[in-house]
Design a protein around this ligand. Sequence first.
Ligand SMILES: Nc1ncnc2c1ncn2[C@@H]1O[C@H](COP(=O)(O)OP(=O)(O)OP(=O)(O)O)[C@@H](O)[C@H]1O
Ligand SMILES: [Mg+2]
Length: 339
Amino acid sequence: MALIEIRGVSTVFGPRPHDALAQVQAGMDKTALLATGHTLALHDIDLDIEAGEFFVIMGLSGSGKSTLVRHVNRLVDPTAGRITIDGDDVLALDAKALVALRRQRLAMVFQGFGLLDHLRVVDNVAFGLELRGVGSAQRTERAMYWIERVALHGYEHHYPAELSGGMRQRVGLARALCSDTDIILMDEAFSALDPLIRSQLQVDLLRLQAELGRTIIFITHDLDEALRLGSRLAILRDGRVIQVGTPQEVLMRPADEHVAAFVREVHRARALPISAALSPWPAGEPMPPVERAVHADSSMEQVLPLLVGRRGPLAVRRGDTIIGQVSTQAVRDLLARPV
Ligand SMILES: Nc1ncnc2c1ncn2[C@@H]1O[C@H](COP(=O)(O)OP(=O)(O)OP(=O)(O)O)[C@@H](O)[C@H]1O
Ligand SMILES: [Mg+2]
């Protein structure tokens, strides 16, 4: 049994969602449905998310990503289907059980930060613990620990309005981590950030994830971000899941033309040798045996599957000598550069 199981979930927005869904099942298409004042946001979704996964949901605007993740904590209820966490039917919970589930198991980080403007950073971060009745001294201590971890030390007594966007995003992240829930839902959490800060937060989050082993469901419409972060990805289009797989699987075997179009961008690097992204082997990092290194003349395309999802540096050799390493960041830079 997977930690989170989503079965046959369909969601219609509009005045009579059940009637509208019946019409879809009888063959009505999306456009005709729209004319009746209904939107089919999700259509027959099945997904399993395992404990400890970094699960990325990717898709274009309007494909249903936010709706899907909001079903997990029931900010929005689906029209049909079943969602379980550890086998418990989430959709059947009464109000009290739902509050308990949200406090104890699910934290959410929003794109718009979702911070409480009248609370200082430390109290924003500690908010989840306060809701759970953790005493003041203990929750402040926990909050300070996470403030430190997201590099916001010194800002604990500031108000959100006094922080930059990237800093506010860090507060949101610290709050989610501090809540000590085993599941974290992140909806375009980094999208509003400039590329440098975003890339730094991605590294931080990967490091924390590796260390803490929490289950993260992360929404993005950015392929680079999805490939960099996800242990698995689900690609949504028009409310349907069109592919689920590891970054390697999606890159190497896109399920259809739509996924291929996403991935094509990555193939810009086909013509470039990996040596174009070479940097010195990091001092102090033990060097792997030369058989584990890739040849400097390998194409980016060949090396990419070894890099995505990888935590440490990848050694590069020429002949029998390791001449340096390539990192995900160097690859990102390469991909961003026109061939
Ligand atoms: N509360 C709502 N009422 C009516 N329609 C809605 C509502 N929320 C979402 N929708 C519709 O459902 C579809 C899916 O929306 P959703 O917000 O899940 O997409 P998304 O993939 O998160 O998009 P984005 O990348 O722009 O955030 C869209 O067509 C949207 O217009
Ligand atoms: Mg969205």
